[in-house]
Design a protein around this ligand. Structure first.
Ligand code: GDP
Length: 232
């Protein structure tokens, strides 16, 4: 072998080793950054699974499910997007034709958030839980995976009749519920604290918290509450 050929071989080997090292470091760094992101926000990878209109089509009753409910315009979609830090996530729940479904979102294996997009029909003035037909009743009555319900309410108008209907439904099936007061940026800190106090006196919620999707406040606590359902 000539000196030139040997040099070429050495250069090739050095290049191969450097490239492999760079690639490994790159892969490890990406994995670390993804783990880091997930540790900061375990809801980051939340993804839409499917919608269900009929109790017969409900998936296997296993793992943990938390139901997200609220009147139209309460700010639930914005909250779901902010929770996952994904602006497009809840778009599916606004799609016409999907508004009387239970939409399933997977947070991680064994943990699902279930969105009730049609709860409240602000435009037609109808707002009754029973518009859901038997799906919701059967779901509440039989679902072992159901660990809790989040009830999203505009902090300026909490506890509307349909919210009280949902609370009644939760209480009749002994299901924990959390009052999430949305759009807290619309009121002063003082009013926010007063409203939390008034709501806590009026209902028997497991937790009451205020969030603002606009200012991204309250989500740390909301994530904690949601993670808490895993350990019950
Ligand atoms: P949903 O019908 O319950 O899913 O409500 P959306 O998330 O679509 O929100 C309804 C309206 O309220 C939209 O115009 C949002 O931009 C607005 N909104 C939602 N969250 C907030 C918030 O935290 N602060 C303010 N100021 N507006 C909000």
């Amino acid at each position: 072998m000539t000196v030139e050929a040997m040099l070429k071989l050495i250069i090739k080997q050095v290049f191969n080793i450097s490239f492999t090292l760079w690639l490994r470091t790159h892969i490890i760094c990406r994995a670390c950054s993804e783990i880091n992101d997930l540790m900061k926000n375990p809801f980051k990878n939340t993804a839409f699974l499917f919608g269900v209109t009929n109790a017969k089509n409900l998936p296997n009753d296993c793992g943990i499910e938390v139901l997200l409910s609220g009147r139209s315009n309460a700010g639930k979609s914005s909250a779901l997007n902010s929770l996952a830090e994904n602006k497009k996530l809840a778009r599916i729940s606004k799609t016409p034709g999907r508004t009387t479904e239970i939409n399933f979102f997977e947070v991680e294996e064994g943990y699902k958030l279930l969105d009730l997009p049609g709860y409240g029909f602000a435009k037609s003035g109808r707002s009754r839980i029973k518009d859901w037909g038997s799906l919701l009743g059967e779901y509440f009555a039989n679902r072992k995976a159901l660990k809790g319900v989040l009830i999203f309410m505009d902090i300026r108008h909490p506890l509307k009749p349909i919210d009280l209907e949902m609370i009644k439904l939760c209480e009749s099936f002994d299901t924990d519920y959390v009052a999430v007061l949305t759009k807290s940026d619309k009121v002063s800190k003082n009013i926010s604290a007063k409203t939390i106090q008034q709501v806590s006196e009026a209902i028997n919620a497991k937790e009451i918290l205020a969030i603002s999707s606009l200012n991204k406040t309250g989500f740390e606590k909301l994530r904690k509450v949601l993670i808490g359902f895993k350990y019950e």
